[in-house]
Structures are given as C-alpha cells and as structure tokens.
Design a protein around this ligand. Structure first.
Ligand SMILES: O=c1ccn([C@@H]2O[C@H](COP(=O)(O)OP(=O)(O)O[C@H]3O[C@H](CO)[C@@H](O)[C@H](O)[C@H]3O)[C@@H](O)[C@H]2O)c(=O)[nH]1
Ligand SMILES: [Mn+2]
Length: 533
C-alpha cells in the first residue's frame, strides 16, 4: 500500500483515500470475523435415544406442509413430501398431516387426494420392509436411494420378498406420476379455457390465485387406536390383482387434512406467515396436538425416525424439555452434486453455526424442518417463567394462563383449545380430544377466513410474525424474547422428563438444533428436493 502512487500526478490525496478505504474495509472484515467466531465458542452436540421413548406416552403431532403455486412447486414434489411424512415411524393414530394450498389450485387438491390414496399402499410397504428414505421419488430414482440397489443396504427380513414388493410398488408409483402429469396437463387446459370464458375467475398475481373461498377438507380421517393387522392383501381396484402381501403389517395411515385459507382481493395475506397461522388455528379445533412440525412442500423427511427424535428433545431436552420452544432440523439439498462442491448440504451453517448458537440461547428457526411446541407459538411462557400466583395459598398454579379473546379472536372452540394446550406442558401425554366432525370442520373453515384475524394479536404476539419477508427468523427470535421477570425456579420440571437428550442453559424458551442425520443412521433430518423456489 505504501508503494502505491498515482503515476500521472503527484497527487497523494487519491492514494491516501484509497489507503483509508482499504484499511477500513480490512478492519470491518476483521470485526465481522471475530463476531462470527464468538457464537461458535460453545457448540452443543446432542444425541437422542429414541428407544427410550415410551411408545404409549408419545404425544400427538400436527405436521404442516405449505404449498402456494403449482407452477413453481410441482405437485409431484408436494405429493412426495406428504408421503414421506405419512410413512414416518410414529403411531398413525397420533399424528395428522395438514396441507395448506395457498394458491387454491384444483390440481394441488387432486394431487393431495392422490397422495392420500397412494399412502394406503406406500405406508404399509415402508413399514413392512423398513425402507429409507420414505419419499418414493428419492427411494426409487435418486442416486442415494436404496430403491434401486441390491440386497446390501437392506434392513428387513426377506430380500426376495422385498425385491418383488418393490417392483410392484414402483409400478404403482410410476402410474401415480402419470396421473399427476395428467392432472397438470388438464389443469393447464382448464386455465386456458376459463381465461377465455371468464377472466374474472383467474385473478392471478405472481402465479397464485388471489381470490378464493376457504376450504378445510378431511381426506383421511383419524385411524383407529388399535393396529389393523391380518388383512391379507391390498387389491388393486381396477384389475383386482394382488399387489403386496401385507398380512402381518399395520395398514393404518395417519389423518390427512387439505386446507386452503380464504383469500380476497385487496386484503393482506402475509404470505407464508399467514398460511402458517391459518394452519395453526384450523388444526387447533381439529387435532390440537401439542407439537407441530413445519415443512415447506419441497422439503421431505429424510429419516423415518425424525418425528420421534424431535419429540424426544421437546419432551426431555436434558430434563428441561418444557423450556424448549422448537427443534430445528438441518436442511440438506439433494441431487445437485454428490461431492457437494456448491455447499448444498449447508454444512457450515447447520453443523457449526447452529450448534454454536445452541450453546448460547438456541439456534435460528430456518423456516422449514422445525418442530414447535404449540404453547410457545401462542406466546405462553414456559412453566419456570410463570408467576407463582398460588404460592401464598400453598398451591402452585403456575399453569393458570390468562387468555384474552381479543388476542386470539372470538372463536370459543379456539379459545378452549388454547386453554387446553397452555395447561398441558406438564403433561403432554394426555392427548387432547381430536374431532373431525362437521361442526369442527365448519369451525376450522371459519378460522381460515381472511377476516378472522382483524383486531387480534395474530402475527404480532402469537403465531408466525407478519410484516417481514423472513418471518422464520423473526418468529424464532420472538419465541425467545423475554417478557416476564427473571425465573423464580431453577429446578427442572419433572413431569415430562425422558432419558434421551443433551444439556441446556436457556434464557426463556430454548431451541436445540439437531445434527442427527450425520451422526447415526437412527436419526432425523429434513432433506430438500434439488430445487428451491
Ligand atoms: O404466499 C405464500 C408464499 C409462500 N408459501 C409457502 O412458503 C414456503 C416458502 O416459500 P418460498 O417462496 O419457497 O421461499 P424460500 O426462499 O424457498 O424459503 C425459505 O425462506 C422463507 C422466508 O425466509 C422461509 O419461510 C422458508 O421456510 C425457507 O425455506 C413454501 O412452501 C411456499 O409454498 C405460502 O404458503 N404462501
Ligand atoms: Mn422454497
């Protein structure tokens, strides 16, 4: 730098300015580097032992899938995501898959119904042979998928039987793909036709329909509590041909609910945050599960034990599970490059930064692949932060929560469900009542109308935050925001302890990150399809 001089003139002022700017730049980058290193000083590596979970005490779970535009997010990708969820290793009667279709597209609705039908074969097949991953496209056709390899990676008992079953299921899956292609082709024809006939029904902005009624539709109801074994075959409806012998396999498939929130021209819809809050409300009056897993439609569950692993951390988290607001799974983008030259596996962020942040107050919520505690999304403080109002009377009523109607809106069933959840942290094992009857569906439809949130705290103090394009980061940070006084109790709550996870030092709600996918095969991770939209 010292030797730089202007060749044409003796004017040293230009050189001085350049020198100053470059030194300032270097100092800035040095500061950035130091700031970047500080959060990584205390990385926390967690391991879970899903076998320690008591099967009969597993809490219920609601899984939310968001999709918005069938042109940018192919319905086949959404179908595969849904199938990877339905086939997850979690009791079928204890979780519900909610699919939000923000575009209100008939093609998405039909594709979800196709997925629900195909799940009747795919889910028992996965259970029978313990296949991984449980996304059929990845299983059959991706380079890492075990659906095309020999007996080497096989976990089940009967290799010849797997080979036979796999051939048949693959044929069915290929037919499903063709049906979805046909749906898409039909949809495009319909659009062209209707745009000629009646332009008003196609008010579109950036690819998504902006004007449609709210719909809540139960595609698969809640299955029975007891396994349905002993059925000899699944019979193909058209050819009456035996497909797969499922005589000793549980045939139950988890419940599937299709939802499309109401959208009206000129109203603010708040993009994904609005869709997530609509899902939160609708699911509250249907299944009201204490734990919620959130996935974008192009992010599938790569490991069938992911739901159990997340539940493990939320239940126990090293003895203070009730203080854990969310568990963020790593996101890996598949299929771009096996050697990962373009860093699609996000190793620096998920294996380093997020673990470091876990050692501080918890990692950042990254929009997808995240398991939440419902009460945290409602702004309910964790038990050790609640004032001990009953202490003077010798009674600990920490769990008593004040729920104001103007916060949540006027729906009485919703307020009732919020009360149940906020009092539940000590005992997530008593499943809330779950109902998919006509009254509940009607209430859920009212809750996804676009006027419901007017004058309430949705998007501000509860649910996903509005007013930002990165609602994920904002929501994650708000969950850790300290609102009440310092903790009164330092002992861990004992009601939901399980022997499974790592250590914790939170301020308010904490949120472990998991790197489970890299450490052991019995682990959870969320994989992303090859593209991002
Ligand atoms: O009006 C909308 C817009 C989007 N989405 C859904 O939201 C998700 C994410 O939207 P996308 O446009 O795909 O954003 P990305 O940049 O791919 O997503 C990343 O960044 C977002 C904003 O930070 C996060 O919400 C996402 O979870 C994260 O994966 C997708 O499932 C969409 O279907 C809706 O449901 N309604
Ligand atoms: Mn996306």
């Amino acid at each position: 730098l010292v030797t730089i001089s202007s060749p044409d003139t003796n004017d040293t002022s230009t050189v001085g300015a350049m020198w100053t700017v470059s030194i300032a730049g270097e100092l800035w980058f040095a500061l950035m580097w130091v700031l970047d290193q500080l959060p990584k000083m205390q990385p926390v590596h967690r391991a879970v032992d899903v076998t320690a979970l008591d099967e009969s005490l597993l809490p219920t779970m609601d899984v939310f899938v968001t999709t918005a535009d069938p042109d940018k997010e192919p319905p086949l990708v959404t179908v595969n995501t849904i199938l990877s969820i339905l086939a997850a290793d979690y009791p079928a009667d204890r979780f519900t898959c909610y699919v939000s279709d923000d575009g209100g597209a008939p093609v998405t609705r039909e594709a979800v119904a196709e997925a629900a039908r195909f799940a009747g074969l795919w889910v028992p097949f996965c259970r029978k042979h313990g296949v991984e991953p449980r996304n059929p496209e990845a299983y059959f056709f991706r380079p890492g998928g075990t659906g095309s390899v020999g007996a080497g990676g096989y976990k089940g008992r009967a290799w010849p039987e797997l080979a036979r079953d796999r051939r048949r299921v693959r044929r069915e899956y290929e037919e499903l793909r063709l049906r979805i292609d046909a749906l898409k082709a039909g949809d495009m024809r319909r659009q062209r036709w209707s745009s000629l006939a009646d332009g008003t029904c196609l008010r579109r902005r950036r690819g998504t329909v902006e004007d449609h009624a709210g719909v809540v539709d139960v595609l698969i109801g809640r299955p029975s509590r007891t396994p349905q074994l002993g059925v000899r075959t699944i019979v193909d409806g058209t050819t009456n041909q035996q497909l797969v012998d499922l005589s000793s396999v549980d045939l139950r498939v988890p419940a599937v609910v299709y939802m499309c929130r109401e959208k009206r021209h000129g109203r603010a819809h708040h993009r994904k945050a609005g869709a997530m809050n609509a899902l939160l409300r609708a699911s509250a009056v249907l299944s009201n599960a204490p734990f919620i897993l959130n996935l974008d439609c192009d992010h599938y569950v790569n490991n069938s034990e992911a739901l159990r692993a997340g539940a493990c951390l939320l239940l126990d988290g090293g003895g203070v599970g009730c203080d854990v607001a969310f568990v963020q799974f790593p996101q890996r983008f598949d299929g771009v490059d096996r050697a990962d030259r373009y860093a699609n596996h996000n190793r620096v962020f998920f294996n380093c930064t997020e673990l470091g942040l876990d050692g501080l107050q918890g990692p950042i919520y990254f929009g997808t692949g995240c398991m939440f505690r419902r009460s945290a999304l409602y702004g309910v403080d964790p038990p050790r932060w609640r004032p001990r109002r009953g202490a003077a009377a010798g009674k600990d009523d920490d769990d008593a929560i004040k729920i104001k109607p103007d916060t949540f809106g006027l729906s009485t069933p919703l307020l009732g469900s919020v009360r149940v959840v906020s009092e539940q942290c000590r005992n997530t094992t008593t499943s809330p009542s779950c109902s998919f009857d006509g009254a509940a569906i009607g209430e859920a439809t009212a809750l996804v109308s676009c006027g419901y949130q007017d004058g309430t705290a949705w998007g501000r103090d509860i649910g996903w935050m509005y007013g930002t394009v990165t609602e994920d980061v904002a929501t994650g940070l708000c969950l850790r925001r300290t609102r009440s006084a310092a903790p009164r109790r330092s002992t861990s709550p004992t009601g939901c302890a399980r022997s499974c996870a790592g250590r914790r030092a939170p301020s308010r709600y904490s949120s472990p990150a998991t790197t489970l996918s890299d450490s052991a095969p019995a682990a959870g991770s969320i994989r992303c399809s090859a593209w991002r939209t």
